[in-house]
Design a protein around this ligand. Sequence first.
Ligand SMILES: C[S@@+](CC[C@H](N)C(=O)[O-])C[C@H]1O[C@@H](n2cnc3c(N)ncnc32)[C@H](O)[C@@H]1O
Length: 338
Amino acid sequence: MAELELGSRFQRRFLAARQLRSFPWAELEQKLRARPGSPLLAEILQKTILHPLCVKYPPSTKYRRCFLTELIKKHESTAAEPLDELYDALADILNEEESSHGYKNYLLPTGECVTLSESVAIISGGTTGLVTWDAALHLTEWAIENSSVFSNRRILELGSGIGFTGIAICKTCNPKAYVFSDYHHCVLEQLTENIRLNGFVLESEPTRPIQTEPQSQEAEATNSQKPKLIVAELDWGSVTEEQLLDLQPDVIVAADVVYDPEIILTLIGMLQKLSASRADRKPPEVYIAFTIRNPDTYHLFQAELDKVGIGWQIIPAHSNSIFLYDMQPNVTILQLFI
Ligand SMILES: C[S@@+](CC[C@H](N)C(=O)[O-])C[C@H]1O[C@@H](n2cnc3c(N)ncnc32)[C@H](O)[C@@H]1O
């Protein structure tokens, strides 16, 4: 991707509420010093805090406050005339109450956007599922570059969390159907809200068991949306082969679901059930993205796959960086052969 101009780089990071340290601050400072009276800061303010997406779906209060404080520091360090709009915007934010949720707006290459309501804390309500993890961003970048894997196919996502990967794939890769799944009730609620926020209509409600009855013709006719979106309550530890048989996915994806030994064994157990339940059908393609935080966990996953005879290969790194920008976390994607 060609390098975006500075204001747009601030915009993409800000609207998705990426960590402030990933912003091109040094370049901004350099430009401000070179041209102290330049309209650059006013332009960045328009593209971030005053952008219509931010006005409608703002990142958390704390995030906006920290961002503006940093912007003001940069402004003051260049000893230019005070810029009233910066202080006015900060004053508005200082009057707001702190929130436990904030919106993140991820701009897609198509010009569309995925808007999610996310928790401010990385663990809340006893789950890691209420925020979007870097593995989900990485998997989605790969999916956008390899959309033929998803086009016109039935996708099952495991441990969907609040929905970033699935919503982005539905907006960019033209799947036939997309089944989001998770087992945590708060996550399923937030996931459902986020899917609706992005303009999709769901086929089934969350927290109900996976639908086993075939759809009536009437229901089929009234719901002609493509892709069909389903939210399923699916716990890898207790899902039955019969439930899995109903899903019949062509492709399975998951992001950041390999993070401790216990979860690895449950996930592999479920993949074995899936393999056993597919009757004579072609096996689904399986892609799992994860951040290697602890190499022992990564190697344990590979060793356990080997033990049960599930083949795997590492997917080569993709070239675009649509959501992760210059800070590449240690994320990889494994394709599994079940
Ligand atoms: C670290 S979060 C990742 C969420 C999302 N995929 C992402 O990358 O942003 C892990 C997710 O896996 C789900 N999960 C963990 N164990 C599970 C299980 N046994 N069955 C179904 N989902 C599970 C959690 O509820 C959580 O949403």
